[in-house]
Unconditional design. Structure first.
Length: 570
């Protein structure tokens, strides 16, 4: 019993899975859909045509058998009436003998053995009239309606479809033909002759069976032909799809096989021509990209030598600026500031060129992101104070070490902080660090002007500014966010942005803790809980961070103020 149940369960499961698999095959296979639709429509057409032919044949066959039966019954009735008219029987015995002879004549003339006759009821009975006589089976199927019509129309001939019992105990289709005979000195008699259509039914059944077998054979043949034609037509399409996938995967040398001169060959030739053009264009773009990368790298390297000289001379002048007159001293300070910015710009250009060339290698080591964020906040403290913004660190989690390149992650945090300070409108800036089993995340939130969706979509573009009329006030190069995005991708992480006009901006860095970067769920929400708030959060005294205080108090979920005291978050 247990073996049977164990075997039945998978079978039941497979039957339950069959509709889903068929639906998936219907969606994915053009060949399957074409064959199924062709078979369905062909079967419908064959069924309709076969049904029409079957009804037509049955109707014609029945009508032919009926005409023959009516003609035979009429001939038999005429012959019987002729015998009755020529007889001079006068007594009861002679009349009975005459009726027996008449019935034999009717049977011989009509070709039927199912015969019955009944005396028409009358108000003047004749004592010598022969009694009613007939086949019991035929008498049982004669209806009162048919008898009434025969009695009401002595000169007419009437018929009715009936089911006649056969020798096997079943029934066969047939008809009963009724007419009237005039018997001398006995009155009128109803004559009924039964005709069995079993042979016609057998012929019709044979034709229907042959038609069904022929229809099945035709459907199978059409299915095979359709399958062959569809395979012949769809194979180039399938080849085109495979070739397209390989082209999309980077195999630019793959081509479709082309044979003949028909439409499919034209398709293959056109596709191959498109692939040739695409390959040439991609090769041209690749060469142009390499040239551009090489140009940027070479220019950056070549500019380093004169920049170094300018930097040395500028440092000398900057060190003696107090000895210069006021305008000259201010000029020296501007020269020093712009030289530093030029140097950062060259460094960023070299870094971008390395990413474009795919030559960046990470130097990873276990790093505490809370310590790293605190270090970046401390380094940006003076700049934030000058702009009127206070920096806050919230670290409910993230105290575990992560395998990252600390230099690049620190650069991401500094770039995000610099962007928040520049666009934060002097309002507080919150840096949050948290972690879960799959990832560790860091977010930087400002409460500045914010951006629209269109501006947020372009925020990582190189040298792009949301407001071109505004100048960079803290010496940014315009490449910081673009480099930050490249650094995040190099760590298999993501750098997302949320922004809303009037509510500020959130940048969130999410780094996977394991090898499976696809199943990462960020522990920090991208859209903040106070997204609909009209103003910044309550102000605090947090402006700088003491790393030892973060290490001691961070595990409990703390923020840290400028004095190095751990402050529990509200």
């Amino acid at each position: 019993m247990s073996e049977t149940a164990a075997t039945a369960i998978p079978l039941a499961g497979s039957w339950r899975e069959l509709p889903r698999r068929m639906a998936a095959l219907w969606r994915r296979s053009l060949q399957f859909r074409t064959v199924v639709i062709t078979i369905a429509l062909s079967s419908l057409a064959i069924f309709v045509i076969g049904l029409y032919i079957s009804f037509s044949v049955a109707s014609n066959l029945f009508q032919s058998q009926l005409d023959q039966s009516l003609a035979a019954a009429n001939n038999a009735t005429v012959a019987a009436q002729r015998i009755l008219n020529s007889s001079d029987a006068a007594d009861r015995g002679a009349l009975q003998s005459l009726m027996s002879s008449t019935v034999r004549t009717v049977g011989a003339s009509s070709g039927s053995t199912s015969i019955a006759y009944f005396r028409v009821p009358t108000d003047a009975p004749v004592s010598d009239a022969p009694p009613d006589r007939g086949d019991p089976q035929l008498s049982a199927v004669i209806t009162d309606e048919l008898r009434e019509r025969v009695q009401a129309n002595p000169d007419g001939q009437f018929w009715q479809s009936v089911a006649l019992e056969n020798a096997d105990g079943g029934t066969d289709p047939g008809v009963v033909v009724g007419s009237t005979l005039e018997v001398p000195r006995a009155g009128d008699y109803e004559l009924y002759i039964g005709y069995d259509f079993a042979d016609a039914q057998q012929t019709l059944g044979f034709m229907q069976a042959v038609g069904v077998l022929g229809a099945i054979a035709l459907i199978v043949l059409l299915s095979a032909i359709t399958l062959l034609v569809v395979r012949w037509v769809i194979e180039p399409i399938r080849s085109a799809a495979t070739t397209s996938r390989r082209l999309a995967a980077g195999d630019l040398g793959v081509r479709m096989p082309s044979k003949g001169e028909d439409e499919l060959a034209t398709l293959a030739a056109s596709f191959n021509g498109m692939a040739d053009s695409l390959q040439a264009r991609i090769r041209e773009l690749a060469e142009l990209s390499v040239m551009q990368q090489r140009f940027v790298s070479d220019v950056s390297h070549e500019l380093r030598t004169p920049l170094t000289t300018i930097r040395l001379a500028g440092d000398v002048l900057y060190g003696q600026r107090e000895d210069f007159p006021g305008p000259t001293s201010r000029t020296v300070e501007l020269l020093h500031t712009q030289t530093e910015r030029f140097e950062r710009l060259l460094a960023d250009l070299l870094e971008i060129s390395r990413y474009d060339a795919g030559s960046v290698e990470l130097t990873t080591e276990p790093t505490n992101l809370v310590h790293l964020a605190g270090d970046a906040i401390e380094s940006m403290h003076e700049l934030a104070r000058e702009r009127g913004s206070e920096l806050r660190l919230v670290a409910p989690g993230g105290h575990v070490d992560a395998e990252v390149d600390p230099r690049r992650i620190r650069r991401i945090v500094r770039n995000l902080l610099g962007n928040a300070i520049e666009h934060g409108e002097g309002r507080p800036i919150v840096v949050a660090v948290d972690s879960n089993q799959s990832a560790i995340a860091l977010s930087v939130r400002d409460y500045g002007l914010g951006m629209t969706e269109e501006e947020s979509a372009r925020v990582f573009d190189r040298f792009w500014r949301a407001d071109p009329s505004r100048t960079r006030t803290i010496g940014g190069t315009g490449l910081g966010l673009a480099i930050s995005l490249e650094d995040a991708v190099a760590h298999r992480g993501t750098l997302d942005v949320w922004s809303r006009p009037g509510s500020g901006t959130v940048f969130r860095l999410t780094l996977p803790r394991g090898d499976d970067a696809e199943s990462v769920v960020s522990p920090l929400p991208l859209e903040p809980d106070d997204a609909l708030a009209s103003g910044p959060p309550p102000t605090g005294i947090i402006a700088a961070v003491d790393l030892d205080a973060v290490a001691d108090g961070g595990a409990a979920g703390t923020s840290t103020d400028a004095t190095g005291q751990g402050v529990r978050d509200a």
